[in-house]
Design a binder for this molecule. Structure first.
Ligand SMILES: *[C@@H]1O[C@H](CO)[C@@H](O)[C@H](O)[C@H]1NC(C)=O
Ligand SMILES: *[C@@H]1O[C@H](CO)[C@@H](O)[C@H](O)[C@H]1NC(C)=O
Length: 301
């Protein structure tokens, strides 16, 4: 008796499992004779546990169970597909990332190369400026000298020499051996009724200084403003610095007449100390670095 009950219980449990799995129908069609089921070991109506189990099954219709299973399977397929796509996209991103990394490294290298090139370029620029300034160091520009219709270079030089000797009183200016001139020519576009400036390159630095000093005296002694004018030939860098320093010089001189201030080449000499204009900092700085710029100069900037 005990064994028989045990078997029945197992059979009921299996039915429950099958029902849960949806592999057998919970309603196997109408039973024409309910009493004839009494002997069947599978339809154990007599076993209260099975009956109870059946009535409390969590799923209603097994057909909806089946279709929900199919949905889950489809979803799984979809998820798997989506995952596959994500993975392949990830792979793509990975390789793109590698490309980006390589490009970034190249860019960093280019940047480094560029800064090296910029440094080299600055050094070259400074060298070129120095070279240009060295070339210009013995140059003078003479303005306001009457120009003949078809003036030859020899005539131009003769005109300059006559001006230097007769008007400025420069010693030896009328003699080629005493004051050698390397080059002497008019430059710039020719405009009717206007005389073009003359570039004069002397052979010796001391002659340039002598001419400039003589011109200074000439300017100071002449009552009326003369048309002739002599200027030094500066590079663009020096010209820019001088225009800044010149403005300061003018302001300091008008505010404090008699102040010891002078403009020499690319430097402003104030009370025996040299200052220059730093274009990068856009201000006047002391030439020996850590000296303070006096207020007289600072305030006029
Ligand atoms: C699976 O994906 C298709 C389109 O890709 C969609 O139409 C379908 O509804 C999805 N199925 C499930 C169960 O998510
Ligand atoms: C950087 O400069 C080095 C040496 O001049 C050169 O070999 C290299 O190709 C340069 N790199 C780039 C990215 O231009």
């Amino acid at each position: 008796m005990r064994d028989e009950n045990f078997l029945l219980e197992i059979a009921g449990f299996v039915v429950c499992l099958l029902l849960l799995c949806g592999d057998i129908e919970s309603n196997p069609g109408p039973n024409p004779n309910p009493s004839s089921t009494q002997g069947s070991p599978l339809l154990v109506k007599t076993n209260p546990r099975v009956t109870r189990g059946q009535s409390t099954l969590p799923f209603g219709d097994s057909r909806s169970e089946k279709s929900s299973d199919i949905d889950i399977a489809k979803s799984l397929v979809n998820i798997t597909q989506a995952l596959g796509e994500i993975m392949s996209q990830l792979d793509m991103f990975k390789s793109e990332l590698v490309d980006i990394k390589i490009e970034l490294q190249t860019m960093i290298e280019v940047k480094e190369n560029l800064s090296v090139i910029q440094k080299e370029n600055n050094v070259l620029k400074e060298k070129l400026e120095k070279l240009e300034e060295n070339v210009k160091v013995k140059n003078l520009i003479v303005f306001g000298m009457i120009e003949a219709e078809r003036e030859t270079a020899t005539e131009t030089e003769a005109r300059v020499r006559a001006f230097l000797a007769d008007k400025l009183g420069v010693e030896g200016a009328d003699c080629e051996d005493k004051l050698p001139i390397d080059r002497c020519f008019r430059f710039g576009r020719k405009v009717p009724d206007k005389c073009r400036p003359i570039l004069v390159t002397v052979l010796l630095q001391k002659h340039k200084t002598a001419i400039l000093n003589a011109f200074k005296t000439f300017r100071q002694n002449s009552e009326s403003r003369k048309t002739e004018y002599i200027k030094e030939d500066f590079s663009e860098r020096v010209r820019n610095i001088r225009s800044k320093l010149g403005a300061i010089l003018f302001k300091v001189k008008s505010a404090h007449p008699g102040e010891l201030i002078a403009l020499k080449y690319d430097k402003l000499i104030y009370r025996g100390q040299a200052y220059t204009y730093n274009s990068k900092l856009d201000c006047v700085v002391a030439c020996d670095g850590d000296k303070d710029v006096p207020n007289a100069i600072k305030l006029t900037q």
